[in-house]
Design a binder for this molecule. Structure first.
Ligand code: LMR
Length: 351
């Protein structure tokens, strides 16, 4: 165990035991549940998703490194709060940590919708570079105005399209169909409207039922979400389009975070940084592995969008860029397009 971590553990234990806990047991294993520092971490995806596994790894490492003095309780699969509720639950202190999709942060800060622009990024590295730029820093700091503390960015992956009734090859194949979209997001709504389809905003917990009951005909999601939530069960057609990116901002309740003893906060932040690097690798591995698993499912047809088809889809969806400029101003949209183009991303005709 690195000396720095050992020192931190001792510091955490000392702070918690000496600071107001003199009559408590010294052995972490013996500490009563009421004496622990409990952090509730709520999220909406399956336990075996990139976010679910990372949240659990964070919890396990913190329990071990703090010798049971700090307990991160993970509530997966919307069991505590659904996506429509989790940000509010965090803000009012009903939970201490969440990791919502950037697409849903648009409910607080519409500028986050730049990440949803179709066919913008062609690699996750481009997206990371944008988020590490001053424009990304500005996006994070806008969240802080709402009493939440951004701690990390977790990947999921590029979104793909699925459908019940027909393969989605040409942009016109989506016309007349109903597609589930994530809540709070005008870019996603405009994307499907531009296809001549009907966008239907639904919570993540509602998607599987809506597909089963044919309330919607299709949806967009990452392969890891499609596989872990079995969203392919009623969706035999999958198009590998990589048309948009799904990732998460790990958020804490700001007041809670600032109130933590410095050593505890440092242990949490160091561990989260380490888990974040692991999560980025794991998300990429899982999406690749889930593609193989989906290809092995009987009755599933997978179409890989060609470069020519990508150009056609982009042309059809390009007005969503102007719509977003209209909503949040041109500066940020132009900046993200320039950042993607610099990194070799975006589509040729758009640079
Ligand atoms: C969705 O609603 O489809 C995703 O945002 C779920 C998630 O958190 O990955």
């Amino acid at each position: 165990m690195p000396v720095r971590v050992l020192i931190l553990i001792l510091a955490v234990a000392t702070t918690l035991i000496i600071g107001g806990c003199r009559d408590r047991a010294y052995d972490g294993e013996q500490v009563a549940p009421g004496d622990k520092l409990v952090i509730r971490f709520s999220h909406v995806t399956a336990e075996n998703s990139p976010k679910g596994l990372a949240a659990q790894r964070f919890a396990d490492l913190i329990r071990y490194r703090s010798q049971n003095q700090v307990e991160v309780q993970v509530f997966a699969d919307s069991v505590l709060y659904q996506d429509g509720e989790e940000i509010e639950a965090l803000r009012v202190g009903k939970v201490e940590m969440i990791a919502p999709a950037t697409s849903k942060l648009a409910g607080l800060v519409p500028e986050w919708q730049v990440i949803d622009l179709p066919y913008l990024f062609s690699s996750v590295d481009q997206l990371h570079r944008f988020l590490d730029s001053p424009h990304g820093a500005d996006l994070y700091s806008r969240l802080e105005e709402y009493g939440v503390k951004p701690l990390a960015f977790w990947d999921n992956g590029f979104k793909q399209l699925t459908s019940r009734s027909r393969p989605l090859i040409q942009p016109s194949d989506g016309a007349g169909l109903r597609f589930r979209v994530m809540i709070n997001n005008q870019v996603l709504v405009s994307q499907f409207s531009l296809l001549g389809a009907e966008p239907v905003p639904l919570l993540f917990s509602e998607v599987s039922g809506a597909l089963e009951e044919a309330k919607v005909d299709g949806q967009e999601n990452t392969l890891s979400n499609i596989y872990s939530k079995r969203l392919y069960t009623h969706q035999p057609y999958i198009t590998i389009s990589d048309h948009g990116y799904l990732g998460y901002v790990v958020l804490a309740n700001a007041e809670f975070w600032e109130s933590l003893p410095g050593e505890v906060r440092e242990l949490l932040e160091i561990t989260l940084a380490e888990v974040t690097l692991w999560e980025h690798r794991e998300a990429s591995r899982m999406n690749a592995e889930d593609l193989v698993s989906l290809a092995g499912e009987s009755g599933i047809q997978i179409h890989y969008q060609t470069a020519e088809e990508r150009a056609q889809w982009f042309e059809k969806l390009a007005p969503s860029y102007s719509l977003l400029k209209h909503q949040i101003g041109a500066e940020l949209v132009d900046a993200v397009v320039a950042a993607a183009a610099e990194g070799g991303g975006g589509l040729p005709g758009f640079r």
